[in-house]
Design a protein. Structure first.
Length: 172
């Protein structure tokens, strides 16, 4: 048997494996970020503290499809009072959460969780989305977890439809 020195500071310690963190269910969409090829990786590094390599892998969950980028860009350019959050596409929480920031009180702000469907008419209440809006409540709670955006328990509307009908519905 050998004696173990009391000072073990020189001993290399094996790092405990860290449990992988679930990425956030929503990330904010900002006009300046839409100029970047992969704004989601930047946000995951900056806001969530993920290493760049991890953020690059996770960013695919938020990638915008062909009709989504023009939609969100047009919406944000036309309606400066709206804040838009991109939903993690693997979590069945819709495409975006839209918050009308014109109301100064977070608990009274209007919230829409939407799922874009190319060529589809506007449908309120989630019809036509299949399973895509099953976890919409989780996305709204993800927005509520951000300081001063909306209050926990804020009611929301589910909406599906084409880019143009959705822009019209949102007043853009």
């Amino acid at each position: 048997m050998f004696d173990c020195p009391s000072d073990t500071s020189h001993v290399a310690r094996r790092a405990r494996p860290r449990m992988p963190r679930e990425p956030p269910i929503v990330l904010p969409v900002l006009l300046p970020l839409l100029r970047h090829a992969n704004p989601w990786a930047l946000l995951l590094v900056k806001e969530e503290g993920h290493p760049l390599s991890t953020a690059a892998l996770l960013s695919e969950r938020y990638a915008l499809k062909s009709n989504e980028k023009p939609f969100v860009k047009e919406l944000l350019e036309r309606k400066r009072n709206l804040w838009v959050f991109r939903c993690d596409q693997r979590r069945f929480a819709g495409d975006f959460v839209v918050v009308d920031m014109a109301e100064p009180r977070p608990a009274r702000r209007q919230v829409v969780v939407l799922d874009l469907k190319m060529g589809a008419p506007l449908v309120l209440g989630g019809g036509g989305a299949g399973v895509q809006l099953v976890h919409a409540q989780d996305a709204v709670e993800g927005v509520a977890a951000r300081q001063d955006v909306i209050a926990p328990g804020t009611p929301y509307v589910l909406a599906t439809g084409d880019k143009d009908v959705m822009l019209a519905y949102l007043g853009a």
